[in-house]
Design a protein around this ligand. Structure first.
Ligand code: CMC
Length: 420
């Protein structure tokens, strides 16, 4: 038996021979990514990936239909509340009166956040985007959760209740800290929606604004395997902890192609400014391909998003209730821009108004700063993230897709001294 170094030397010389001619993988080395002709078979954006069975949500993107657990979004927006919808998403059925009362009490009793979280909120630089700050504080709440360290499905439901109850408190405290104001402690005698608005401003909202916020939370609560739900489930599929999964969801939601679009849509209306500017703005920016209309287009809907229709009605009512001419102007900008979208992008290209188009006008009329719109989306969507997480992990398989490798193999490693 020779010295191991000798074997290593011969290995190196073998590699040196291959180095002269880098290769590429043959189709059979990555057959999961090639078709029968050996050509790459890529599902860019995972558009056609059907990764599991589910009983949570169905979107009929060609007929403007959305269902949570079989119930239409129109019925839920008309008759349900965020608390009831969350129960429905997590338990698969509408609660009885006593089940709803017990569930709502659990949420109410878990609204307060520990002093450490208030200290952390104060320590976060004020110019941090609230979604990035929310990600940090949500992560911290995992560090002080009474069941921290428990992984997988174990304790997921109680953690989901605790974090769903606490996120509005965090968002409101962050919003106030950003303006140099002290946080307002949660109240347990108000609904999820009313308490959130109360913690933002210090005033208990009247019935219209409470209902508008509540409906917005219902509309944003769930939407099948979107990017943030996917991020959440990817983390959960490793049997990681609940908070890590939700933090991943918050990170994915922040982007302007996903939840961040509600902020961008509002900024776009303000940039346009007046209804008479809409046509030229559209021509110069959208028709030339310079900009995308924010709050339009969707991977699944190729027609009007049913949530946008409901938000639109609330936006209209919000303008009437607020009686603010500036908000009325913004509404007219959005109305005219939507005419152009529907006339020139929707039927021909399937780019139609989506959920994030009108929601901002409702929040704007409430006086909520624009950078808080995506955090509001997050405090609603935690319901859907948690539902998918619990459903997926109950029949878990680690999520691990493949990539088609088009690079080289056996490339010579050139020592740094020889690289020039
Ligand atoms: N304005 C103008 N053109 C658009 C838009 C838009 N809003 N959306 C898509 N397109 C065009 C895009 O330029 C592309 O054109 P081409 O084929 O000539 O290159 C074509 O439509 C297909 O675009 P895509 O990016 O491949 O479509 P997608 O299904 O991958 O993307 C989307 C969906 C939502 C990311 C996209 O429509 C978009 O960027 N919309 C604006 C941002 C937005 O409103 N996001 C919120 C989505 S809904 C709720 C949520 O998730 O929060």
């Amino acid at each position: 038996m020779g010295w191991p170094g000798a074997a290593l030397n011969s290995l190196n010389s073998g590699r040196a021979a291959a180095r002269a001619m880098p290769t590429k993988p043959t189709p059979d080395m990555q057959k999961w990514c090639v078709d029968e002709k050996g050509q790459p078979r890529i599902d860019k954006g995972a558009e056609n990936l059907c990764m599991d069975e589910s009983e949570i949500c169905f979107i009929d993107g060609f007929h403007s239909k959305l269902y949570y657990r079989g119930y239409s979004i129109e019925d839920l927006a008309n008759y349900s509340t965020y608390e009831e919808t969350t129960y429905l998403l997590w338990h698969g059925k509408l609660p009885t009166r006593s089940e709803l009362s017990a569930f709502s009490d659990q949420l109410r009793n878990n609204r307060e956040i520990p002093q450490g979280a208030y200290d952390l909120i104060r320590a976060i630089p004020r110019d941090t985007h609230p979604m990035e700050a929310l990600r940090t504080v949500a992560s911290y709440l995992g560090n002080v959760d009474p069941e921290k360290g428990k992984l997988g499905l174990d304790s997921m439901m109680p953690k989901a209740i605790r974090l769903t109850a606490k996120l509005p408190t965090v968002v409101a405290a962050l919003a106030r800290a950003r303006e140099g104001k002290e946080p307002i402690r949660p109240r347990s005698d108000l609904s999820h929606a009313a308490n959130f608005l109360y913690m933002l401003s210090g005033e208990v909202p009247d019935k219209f604004w409470e209902r508008a916020m509540d409906v917005s939370l219902v509309l944003y609560a769930e939407h099948e395997m979107n990017a943030s739900a996917f991020a959440t489930v990817v983390v959960g599929s490793t049997l990681s902890d609940y908070y890590s999964s939700i933090v991943a969801g918050i990170g994915a939601l922040r982007g302007p192609l996903h939840g961040g679009a509600n902020e961008e849509a509002m900024k776009q209306f303000l940039e346009i400014g007046k209804p008479e500017n809409v046509d030229s703005w559209f021509k110069e920016n959208v028709l030339t391909g310079k900009k995308r209309v924010m709050g339009a287009g969707h991977r699944v809907y190729k027609t009007y998003d049913p949530r946008a229709k409901i938000f639109r009605e609330y936006a209209k009512k919000s303008v009437e209730v607020s009686r603010d001419p500036k908000i009325a102007d913004i509404y007219r900008v959005a109305e005219r821009l939507e005419d152009l979208i529907m006339g020139q992008l929707c039927e021909s290209r399937g780019i139609c108004t989506n959920v994030d188009y009108w929601s901002g006008i409702v929040y704007y009329a409430m006086g909520i700063p624009i950078e808080q719109y995506t955090p509001i989306f997050a405090i609603a969507r935690i319901a859907g993230w948690s539902a998918h997480l619990m459903e997926y992990v109950a029949r878990n398989r680690i999520l691990r897709p493949r990539l088609y490798y088009k690079g080289l193999l056996d490339v010579e490693y050139v020592p740094i001294e020889r690289r020039g």
